[in-house]
Design a protein around this ligand. Structure first.
Ligand SMILES: NC(=O)c1ccc[n+]([C@@H]2O[C@H](COP(=O)([O-])OP(=O)(O)OC[C@H]3O[C@@H](n4cnc5c(N)ncnc54)[C@H](O)[C@@H]3O)[C@@H](O)[C@H]2O)c1
Length: 457
C-alpha cells in the first residue's frame, strides 16, 4: 500500500484528499492516530501512556502518576514496567538477529518502506493541526514557549523530509576498492547493530527521541526506546503517528520505567549498542555497565567568551538572553557561564540582558518550571556562589511569584551571578562555579586583554 503513495497520479490525488481531511478536521480528536487531547488533559481527565512490546500496546499493573508542572494536578498516568516486568522486552530484543531487520542483502525493500513512512510522517507534521497538537503536548509536559516547542516539531518535520522518498537507502551506501590482482576486491557495507536501545531525557520530548529513533530504524536496527517518564506521552503519540504512516507494529518497542529498571533491561537484553542522552552521572555508569557498547550525548556546562572587540551590543544581549534562558535554561546547549572582556563592562550589555530577562513571564512560558531541580536547590547553589569573595548578584535570584508550580519542581527568575575570574580559577571554587545547573541560571566572569591573547594559541 505504502509503495504506491508517491509513485502514481491516483495516489497523489488520494494524498491531497487525505491531507485536506486533516485540515478540515474540527478538533484534535479527529486526528486518526491520537489517543489524547493535548488541551484537555487534566486532573479530572487524565491521559494514559502505554508500553509497546512485540507489536502490542500494553497497560501495566503499576501506574505512575505525573503531575501537571504548572499546577500540580495529577494529570498523566504512565503504565510503568518494574524490574519484574522486563521479560517481554528482553525476549523482543533477543528475536532480532545481529544482522538486523534489514541490511544491504536482507529485505532491501525496507529502505524504500522507511522512505515512504517518513514522507508520509513529514507531510502529516506539516499539517497545522498536527504540528499544533504536538507543540501543545510538548508544552503541557515540558513547559516552554509556543515558539520553542514548535521549533522541535519543525526540526523533526524537516529531518523527516530529508529522509523521504528513496533517501534512506543512500544511508547504506557501500564502497568497493580494487585489490592487488584479478578477482580481489575489498567491499565495505553499512551494517545495522541489530537490537539496540535509545534512552532520552526530559528536555526535548519529541526532537531528540524522534530523530534518534528514525536513524536507528533506517539502518535496520530494532530499537527499544525509553523516554523520561515526565514527557514520554509525546513520543507515545509520535509512535502512533508512525504506525498510522505504515511503520510495522513490531519494529519498535517502547518502555516506560524508572532508570533502575531500564538499567536492568540493558544488562539482561544486552543490546549491541545503546544511544544515551542525559546527565553525565548516568552516562558514566552506563559506559561501565555496558562495557563501552554505548554512544553518549551527555551533560554540558556551556561557555561563551566575548572577546575585546565590542560590537552590536543589542544583538549580543539578545543572543545571550536566548542562550541562557530560553526553555528556562533547560537546553543541553544552555549558556552556563559567560566570560567577557573588560571592554564590555563599559557598555550597557549587562543592563540590556537584565531588561530582556525581566521581560520573560510565566504566562507565555518564556520562563517556566525547572523539571530536575527545586527552587531551594537553585537558591542554595546561588548562595554558595555569593559567598565567594567579590561575587555579586547581577539580576534575578528570587523565586517566581504568583504561580502554582508544584514544589517538586523549580520556579526561579532568570538569574545571573558575577564571580571574579581569579576566584573562578581557585581550585576550591572551580568545581562549585562550573557545576551544571539545568535551569535559568548563569555565572559571569570578566577577563583582561592578556588572557584573550593567550586564548588565541
Ligand atoms: N548532549 C546532549 O545532546 C543533551 C541533550 C539533552 C540533555 N542533555 C543533558 O541531560 C541532562 C538532563 O536530562 P535528565 O535530567 O533527564 O537526565 P538523566 O540522566 O537523569 O536521565 C536521562 C534518561 O536516562 C534515564 N535513566 C536514568 N538512570 C538510568 C539508568 N541507570 N539506566 C538507564 N537509564 C537511566 C532517565 O529515566 C531518562 O530517561 C542534563 O545534564 C543535560 O545537559 C544532553
Amino acid at each position: 500500500m505504502m509503495y504506491g503513495f508517491l509513485a502514481c497520479r491516483g495516489s497523489q490525488k488520494a494524498t491531497r484528499n487525505w491531507l485536506s481531511s486533516y485540515n478540515l478536521s474540527r478538533s484534535v480528536h479527529s486526528l486518526p492516530f491520537v489517543t489524547v487531547d493535548a488541551e484537555g488533559i487534566s486532573g479530572s481527565q487524565p491521559a494514559k501512556v502505554h508500553n509497546l512490546v512485540q507489536g502490542k500496546w500494553m497497560g501495566s499493573s503499576t501506574w505512575n502518576t505525573i503531575v501537571d508542572p504548572l499546577n500540580g494536578e495529577p494529570f498523566i498516568k504512565i503504565a510503568e514496567v518494574d524490574e519484574t516486568g522486563i521479560q517481554p522486552f528482553v525476549e523482543s530484543l533477543s528475536k532480532c538477529p545481529k544482522h538486523g531487520l534489514h541490511n544491504p542483502f536482507k529485505s532491501p525493500e525496507r529502505y524504500l518502506l522507511y522512505g515512504d513512512i517518513t514522507a508520509k510522517a513529514a507531510r502529516m507534521l506539516s499539517v497545522p493541526k498536527v504540528s499544533d497538537f504536538f507543540t501543545r503536548l510538548i508544552q503541557r509536559v515540558a513547559p516552554k514557549s509556543y515558539q520553542q516547542a514548535l521549533g522541535e516539531v519543525q526540526v523533526t518535520q524537516k529531518f523527516l523530509e530529508n529522509f523521504s522518498g528513496d533517501q534512506v537507502r543512500f544511508l547504506a551506501r557501500s564502497f568497493a576498492v580494487p585489490g592487488n590482482h584479478l578477482g580481489q576486491q575489498s567491499h565495505g557495507f553499512r551494517w545495522p547493530y541489530g537490537a539496540v536501545a535509545i534512552i532520552t531525557p526530559f528536555n526535548f520530548p519529541l526532537e531528540i527521541p524522534a530523530l534518534q529513533l528514525m536513524g536507528a530504524l533506517y539502518m535496520g536496527n530494532k530499537p527499544v526506546l525509553k523516554v523520561d517518564s515526565k514527557v514520554c506521552i509525546v513520543m507515545e503519540q509520535m509512535i502512533r503517528l508512525l504506525h498510522h504512516c505504515g511503520m510495522p507494529l513490531s519494529d519498535v518497542d517502547f518502555i516506560n520505567s524508572d532508570g533502575k529498571t531500564m538499567n536492568k533491561l540493558l544488562l539482561e537484553a544486552n543490546p549491541q549498542m545503546t544511544l544515551f542522552t542525559g546527565s553525565s552521572k548516568v552516562a558514566e555508569k552506563l559506559a561501565v555497565d555496558l562495557k563501552g557498547r554505548i554512544k553518549l550525548e551527555d551533560a554540558g556546562f556551556d561557555w561563551k567568551i566575548l572577546g575585546p572587540d565590542v560590537n552590536e551590543v543589542d544583538y549580543i544581549a539578545w543572543v545571550c538572553d536566548q542562550d541562557a534562558y530560553a526553555c528556562s535554561g533547560q537546553k543541553c546547549s544552555a549558556q552556563s557561564i559567560l566570560f567577557m572582556h573588560e571592554n564590555w563592562s563599559a557598555t550597557s550589555l549587562i543592563s540590556k540582558m537584565k531588561d530582556l530577562a525581566e521581560r520573560r513571564k510565566l504566562e507565555d512560558l518564556t520562563i517556566g518550571p525547572v523539571l530536575t531541580l527545586t527552587t531551594e536547590a537553585m537558591l542554595d547553589h546561588m548562595n554558595k556562589l555569593l559567598q565567594i569573595p567579590g561575587s555579586k548578584l547581577l539580576f534575578g535570584g528570587k523565586p517566581l511569584e504568583k504561580h502554582s508550580i508544584p514544589s517538586i519542581y523549580g520556579a526561579l527568575k532568570p538569574t545571573a551571578i558575577y564571580v571574579p575570574l581569579e576566584e573562578i580559577l581557585r581550585v576550591k571554587n572551580y568545581e562549585l562555579v562550573t557545576r551544571e545547573i539545568f535551569g535559568p541560571f548563569q555565572v559571569k566572569g570578566e577577563f583582561f586583554f592578556f588572557l584573550s591573547f593567550f586564548m588565541l594559541f
